[in-house]
Design a protein around this ligand. Structure first.
Ligand code: F6R
Length: 620
């Protein structure tokens, strides 16, 4: 939530700082799009512009302002304290006009800090918790004229979560920042250094980056970086090279990031599967840092995650229990965090997160570790906080996901969970090596199967267009189809803003069937024909809702003839036959994503930036 950019260079090339910052904000806009702002050091003073609404509003003001600045900061906001107005937009400028600052996070003791300021007759112009920070920073700076040290002292005063980045009008050769429980990375260029909420902020300029630890203060100059802890002791960042480029972060030939990312799903699965077996065909997970003996001792797995990532966890539960014979629970991270959970050193907590920065998930991880559990994170973003704070990491290699609604990350997360499940089964010797090899072979076929589904996307899109006026949609599934139903409903809610709910098909008669009325669209995720027991149960569910007037849209195998007896062929979305039952979610979710994307488009909504949302939820 909120995107932050900082830039300082040795040369003041005309408009360069302005353009780098605006470009960085454009790449971070998925983190929040309520308002945007920029501050530059120009002629020993702060030039600041900020505007409510999308970045384009700011662009239209700033494009005519020619700037010779070599240092500046920018911000794109997801509003927490105070509505999305010009006044509440960042950067905030200090009472003495010397300092400008941007903030991501929540400053919990801002009222006390505001009271201290009020005693000095310093009043806030905005309703934000962030503005108090800039005034306090200016007061600290008065003491010794050292912005780095002033930021460190300020960080020690703040409670809550924050990334703060500030510039001083008296010195255009440095930018300082502080972070606690909120993301920040450094970019290392030639004669220029960068700061960003994530590497997308500067990947167009450099792929060399530095990960920063928790509770650190950083100073960048055009040629160097200094890092200290909040107590003032020296520390360092961890260097890494970004393994994707500007093309990966762009839309390519697609209209929206979501379209592009749906089409990247075969590659996301393929890359997540790559290099996982040795020459003896055994799974090797080099990146795991948990001893095999500990994995043998595990007697319970708890998956913690939020939203789509939690549905990937729900899918994984079926496979993990089947292959590893370990009980698996899936918990929403924010619920897990605030209850007296019963975990111990034999509990393996698996945290799933695309961004690696979701605060709820991070807090759940800390809670689990405080209670002696080992935490294994399944994360897409290299160097993210969740990756750093977990005992082990298994990366999904989906590449950057920019659209706010998660798509390719979901299939990559399921794939990574399956690799983990097979690995645990191998370590614990609970399935034969032949089964592991065969299952891996099935997994390796999945990118091709997803491509087959994508080849039929036009039919799904025209179905969506024909349903532009629907008010409410239900999704039903059983077994691994149940979390797919939940995910289908979530996609529709967040993108098309219509009421949608997912149910376990077996639950229908216990209440939800009362919702069914004439012509109500109900998506049914039909299990493979080979799973005859649950398949016939779902076919019965289809008949039950049809009998009550529902319009059933079935997602079913190509060779599923039974479904054709009850659903018109134009309402059947076919997926390839012969997919392993546990792997069906990797194909059945695709039409649901396309459907939601197209329905949102036809309703005229911004597919990549749905209202009220932001990617990377870095506040609790
Ligand atoms: C929905 C969506 C969210 C995220 C959730 C967790 O399309 O994207 O529900 O899945 O906020 O985010 P990560 O995976 O970054 O922890």
């Amino acid at each position: 939530m909120c995107g932050i950019v900082g830039y300082v260079a040795s040369e003041n090339i005309s408009d360069k700082a302005r353009d780098v910052i605006i470009e960085g904000l454009a790449r971070l806009e998925y983190r929040g799009y309520d308002s945007a702002g920029i501050a530059l050091v120009e002629d020993s003073s702060i030039y600041c512009q900020k505007k409510e609404g999308r970045l384009d509003n700011l662009r239209s003001i700033i494009s005519s302002h020619s700037s010779s600045a070599r240092a500046g900061i920018g911000h794109t906001r997801w509003a927490t304290h105070g509505g999305p107005t010009d006044e509440n937009a960042h950067p905030h400028v200090s009472f003495d006009k010397r300092v400008a600052l941007v903030h991501n996070g929540i400053i919990e003791n801002y009222k006390d800090l505001a009271n201290e300021l009020a005693q000095k007759n310093i009043l806030s112009l905005s309703e934000t918790d962030s503005e108090v920070a800039v005034h306090h920073l200016a007061l600290e700076l008065e003491k010794d004229n050292d912005l780095f040290e002033a930021m460190r002292r300020l960080a020690c005063k703040l409670e809550g979560s924050f990334t703060l980045v500030a510039i001083d009008s008296h010195n255009d050769g440095e930018i300082v920042a502080a972070r606690r429980n909120s993301p920040l990375v450094v970019g290392i260029g030639e004669g220029a250094y960068y700061l960003g909420s994530d590497v997308a902020a500067f990947v167009g300029e450099t792929r060399k980056a530095l990960e920063l630890g928790q509770d650190t203060v950083v100073r960048i100059t055009p040629t160097d970086v200094d890092v200290v802890k909040f107590d003032g002791s020296k520390t360092q960042g961890t260097p890494f090279e970004v393994d994707w480029d500007l093309d990966a972060a762009g839309k390519g030939n697609f209209d929206t990031f979501m379209d592009k990312e749906i089409h990247e799903e075969p590659a996301a699965v393929r890359k997540t599967l790559t290099s996982r077996v040795d020459s003896a065909n055994r799974l090797v997970l080099d990146e795991l840092r948990i001893d095999e003996s500990l994995l043998r001792e595990v007697n319970r797995i708890i998956v913690v995650a939020c939203g789509t990532a939690s549905y990937a966890g729900h899918v994984a539960k079926y496979a993990l229990e089947q292959w590893c014979r370990i009980p698996v629970e899936v918990e929403l991270a924010h619920e897990f965090r605030y209850r007296e959970c019963i975990v111990n050193e034999k509990t393996l907590v698996v945290a799933i997160s695309q961004s690696g920065e979701t605060m709820d998930t991070l807090m759940a991880i800390r809670h689990a570790r405080e209670n002696s559990s080992k935490v294994l994170a399944i994360v897409n973003t290299y160097g993210s906080t969740i990756a750093r704070e977990s005992d082990a990491v298994l990366y999904t290699h989906a590449g950057p996901e920019v659209a706010v609604a998660s798509t390719k990350a979901f299939v990559a997360q399921i794939t990574a969970c399956y690799i983990l499940g097979l690995y645990l089964a191998q370590v614990r010797e609970c399935v034969s090596s032949e089964t592991i090899t065969n299952t891996l072979e099935e997994l390796n076929k999945m990118p091709g199967r997803i491509e087959d589904v994508l080849a039929c996307e036009d039919a799904v899109r025209s179905l969506a267009r024909s349903m532009a006026d629907v008010q409410s949609v239900l999704f039903l599934g059983r077994h691994v189809g149940f979390p797919v139903a939940l995910e289908g409903a979530l996609k529709l809610k967040e993108l098309a803003y219509i009421h949608a709910e997912g149910f376990a098909a077996g639950e229908l008669k216990h209440g939800p069937i009362a919702l069914v009325e004439e012509d109500m669209p109900i998506f049914v995720i039909v299990p493979p024909v080979s799973e005859d027991v649950i398949h016939s149960k779902v076919i019965s569910n289809v008949q039950e809702v049809r009998a009550r007037g529902a319009r059933v849209i079935a997602v079913a195998e190509e060779n599923d003839l039974a479904v054709g007896n009850f659903v018109d062929e134009e309402y059947i979305v076919r997926v390839p036959s012969g997919v392993h039952a546990l792997m069906m979610p990797l194909v059945t979710v695709i039409p649901l994503q396309i459907f939601a994307c197209e329905l949102a488009r036809v309703k005229g909504y911004d597919v990549d930036k749905p209202r009220n949302l932001a990617k990377s939820v870095t506040v609790e």
